[in-house]
Design a protein around this ligand. Sequence first.
Ligand code: SF4
Ligand code: SF4
Length: 369
Amino acid sequence: MYPVSLRFQRTYSLNDTKEKIEGIFQESWAGYHALRRGDSILLKPNCLSAKPPEAAVTTHPTILEATIQLLLDHGCRVAIGDSPALQKLQNVAKKAGIMPVAEHYSARLQSFNDPVEIKGPENGIFRTFEISRHCLEYDHFINLAKFKTHTMMVLTLCVKNLFGCVPGKKKAAWHLSIGEDRGLFARMLVELASVLPVDFHLLDGIVAMEGNGPGNGTPTTLGVLMGGENAAAVDMIAARLIGMKPSDLPTCRAASKIGAGPTHWEEIAVLGDPLPSSPLPFKLPSPTRTDWGLPGILKATLSRFLLPFPHVEKNQCKVCLQCQEVCPPGAISLKNGEISIATAKCIRCYCCQEVCPEDAISFKRRLIR
Ligand code: SF4
Ligand code: SF4
């Protein structure tokens, strides 16, 4: 059985959050009681982009503060690390309220740079991954993910948050080599998560993001905190809370397929608060339907037409060029002072929408190109 602890809480009160996280650690983290004085621990929040905590783009600073207090109570030393999509970690951490927490508790803020190669899983299809060497330098590693929608992967939860261990623009290389195949991208994420030395996954869903996540969706009070040692198991319970089937989530499908997570709900022991009798209201991103139950070749052909293309709302665009910088195949250019997207080159990775600070990129289906 995969233990996953669940707690309902609707505010970021520090004392309540600390108490709930401690309960989750005690129930579902076998190594929690074995933490020793002097152990070094790496915390990996979601630091996608420089937005304030109430925007729900990043892991809330109270989650970090409560976790750090618990670890300091054990005499551990703590560092915080991530690799934002484009901006410097320091800038993101400052805006997201994480920097003051790091400074207050003398936790090192570590940018995930310096790539090193690690082997993929034995039963995997990806032989190697390049991750930041800093992910391998600590005695323990805690994934502090945020509950958000994701236009490409439907939701970004614990498995997807670990893609941040791939340094900076090396993430674009994965998008470029995998292209539009979401199943394969999910498989890559799961295989990467399975070889990272992560001790525990905690998911911040007190205020989650619905709609057009992960960068420009709508904050919504979902009121949940959950955690476990298996990333896919935690993600499965998160999906279940909002009424999704595990098969609706590409990463859960991929994890089941390669034995990196549970196949059925029955393999997960939900501890702490019971699952609610009806799904929590939650809006998924609009272009999420990526698997139409069609044979592979037909699906690949139709996806070219049915998957929406990015569209720039010109009156919202401030021509900051961040979308151009992040676009893996170089499909975005500046023409006559306006952003132009070459649809023939676009691989529908949605990275441009993810980083746009003005929420100026939406997606439209086109039946004719
Ligand atoms: S990131 Fe957004 S605001 Fe900046 S140039 Fe692209 S569309 Fe315009
Ligand atoms: S235009 Fe946007 S969706 Fe298309 S490949 Fe570039 S970043 Fe990805």
